[in-house]
Design a binder for this molecule. Sequence first.
Ligand SMILES: [Cu+2]
Length: 377
Amino acid sequence: MRFIGLKSAMLAAGLMFAGAGHAAPQAATAPATTPPSAAIMAPAPAATPVADTPAPAATPVADPDMLAMDGAPVMKPVKGIGDAVDGDIGIQPQVTKNGQRAADFHNGILLWVISAISIFVLILLFIVIFRFRAAANPVPSKTAHHTGLEVAWTLIPVLILVLLAIPSIGLLQAQFKPAPKNAITLKATGNQWYWTYSYPDNGGFEITANLLKEKAEVAPGERARTEDDGPRLLATDNRVVLPVGVPIRLITTSADVIHSWAMPAFWIKLDAVPGRLNETSFTIEKQGLYFGQCSELCGPKHGYMPIAVEAVPLDVYNRWVVAKGGKPFDPNAAAAPVAEPAAAPAPAPAAGNAAAPAPTTNQAATANPAGAGNTGN
Ligand SMILES: [Cu+2]
């Protein structure tokens, strides 16, 4: 534990200096080994590339450490963070604003209200059972109506529901607030039974995440899960890497049947529907390794398509992106150019479909390169 404290302090110091201008060398050693217990990331990383404009393209260097990041486990899982704990009940510790808001709503309001109502109804039930049983109450009352009581038991529940609806609708609205323009897009595509991810704002490179099998299940030479990879059925061969403190635009779709990209620690569960793009956004506020699963019954191996997200500082993220052959994300430059590619791909296929002679035979579709492109979308 003393080690962790020391490393966190070193990282904090490193980040402070990184803000001063030379980001890459500082972060090169520290964050890769940083445990998720490191301080919550403020949107500070935005300050990193301020120093000079050409730097972001040049500074992040592809180094072997980063290439290993989505293969070999760099960040180790911490029990209780981003994962369920045996015997625990309730909601996982939340690392996004909406998640914290929802957890507070659940723990601070909903739980108390439903407990009070359940106890109240139970007391009424016991009164009926004991006080009005045939032996204790041989001559039952003939009362059929009581206006005051009827108004009360209609109005009070309505009032409770209205009071609950106010924070509930606010939360719903916050969950589907469109991502800001400087967001990084992560596109998750469900497949039977694995996930593919692409990073359209970082040059569009792709990674594929498969379940890591247990030692007894792998073929000779095949990589088996270790404890450093994560828990059984949750560890993946490639992890999704995302920056902390930067808004993420999550887009889901599917190549076959309906899947659902669910990450409990982010308060995210978004269906991945073939032929559709679903969108939501979130900002991870804490470094760490988080686990989730496909949460839609998508076939016999539905339980075998886990999700592992590694949340790292922006400069580490950028180095990973470069190592994957992508282009690093510059939060300052992003606002303008991101908007266009994000908007362009969506309407393009629709327009293509409309413009291309849709009613004609499939001969046209196969001959038309635009049509071939559409199917991939
Ligand atoms: Cu699935």
